[in-house]
Ligand binder design. Structure first.
Ligand SMILES: [Zn+2]
Ligand SMILES: [Zn+2]
Length: 348
């Protein structure tokens, strides 16, 4: 690892340590369990509260703003002002505007509400029922918190790898995930660009570690701090491979850049979230090479704004689903009738 790369990793570790130490009491004071149904009600409440109907729950806001600013700073230290994400936010290009919108929705607690509404609460409800009835809580007996943190992190990260793999390999699910890949410029905020329905379907994966291991909320919050900061950094302007660490252990900015590359040779590669060894293990690893273009081929996104892009992905997703489920004659009829060539979906 080069000296500058060592400094990058050290800055990230220092930032994460400081964040965890500073938030220690806040994390410890959180309730003792995570439950989808409970947090759903809390989120609904927080929307009303944020509209001035009560006291605003600020933990998530602090977390998002603090982490984003911290990672902006780390990136700026190593790339300089000209290449940093913050400068591009001010340039306000269409692709960055979409990222910024998703970031604002997430930061102000609206993302989940929209996601649940768009999916009619079906995933949320089912996952709540599953968690309530099938919890095994294996981790209850592990008293060493550091060990609990490490085990839950590794198992959650494997779950993320499998989920990501499936969203790439299933043609129907790819229609949703491609919204994340439609960013033509990697910047820290692109981390938040993700379809609401993808987030909802992901709940079925996210609940697995909760059922298996139990849900000490402070451990999940600590994991979220670390994984979120790391995810923002791998979506930044940094292009370093982080030497041995990036080759065998942790996903580096260079590795994730390859994941976003438009080059066919890089499709479905480097699918890991935090750990790259899953890619090594399941043969989806691609070594560091320069990436010249980010995005998806014949990209129909980033032209008419984020609302269009969200509906475009949803349309493609449902279309794909219906075509798979219904007899060909019916699905053709349905789509030709409801989406004639003159609609906004022309370009697809
Ligand atoms: Zn992907
Ligand atoms: Zn990404």
């Amino acid at each position: 690892m080069r000296t500058s790369e060592q400094r990058e990793v050290s800055a990230l570790v220092l930032f994460l340590t400081l964040t965890l130490i500073l938030n220690n009491s806040r994390i410890k004071n959180l309730q003792s369990s995570v439950h989808f149904m409970e947090s759903f009600l809390a989120k609904i409440k927080s929307v009303y509260v944020s509209m001035g109907l009560g006291q605003f729950n600020s933990t998530h806001l602090y977390f998002m703003v603090g982490t984003t600013l911290g990672v902006f700073l780390i990136e700026m230290l190593f790339t300089g002002w000209d290449k940093c994400a913050l400068k591009r936010v001010f340039q306000f290009e269409k692709t960055t505007r979409t990222d910024l919108t998703f970031w604002l929705l997430e930061t102000f607690n609206f993302y989940n509400i929209i996601a649940v509404t768009i999916s009619f609460g079906i995933c949320y409800y089912l996952v709540g029922v599953i968690q309530k009835n099938f919890a095994i809580n294996l981790m209850v007996k592990v008293e060493n918190q550091l060990l609990a943190f490490a085990l839950i992190y590794i198992i959650s990260d494997f779950k993320n790898y499998v989920r990501h793999y499936i969203f790439h390999r299933s043609n129907t699910l790819w229609q949703l995930h491609q919204l994340h890949h439609s960013a033509t410029d990697l910047n820290i905020l692109a981390r938040q660009r993700g379809h609401f329905l993808e987030a909802e379907i992901s709940r079925f994966f996210d609940v697995i570690p909760l059922i298996l291991l139990g849900a000490p909320v402070y451990t999940y919050f600590a994991i979220k701090v670390v994984s979120e900061a790391h995810q923002m950094l791998v979506h930044s302007s940094l292009t370093s491979g982080w030497g041995f660490l990036g080759k065998y252990i942790i996903v580096s900015p260079a590795a994730h850049r390859i994941h976003h590359s438009i080059d066919e040779k890089h499709y479905n590669k480097n699918l890991g979230s935090t750990f790259i060894f899953w890619d090594r293990l399941f043969k989806t690893y691609h070594p560091d090479v320069p990436v010249y273009e980010i995005g998806i081929p014949e990209n129909p996104y980033n032209r008419k704004g984020y609302v269009h892009d969200i509906f475009l992905s949803m349309y493609l997703f449902y279309k794909n689903l219906v075509i798979k489920i219904l007899p060909r004659k019916w699905s053709q009829k349905l789509f030709v009738k409801n989406f004639p060539k003159t609609t906004i979906f022309d370009e697809v």
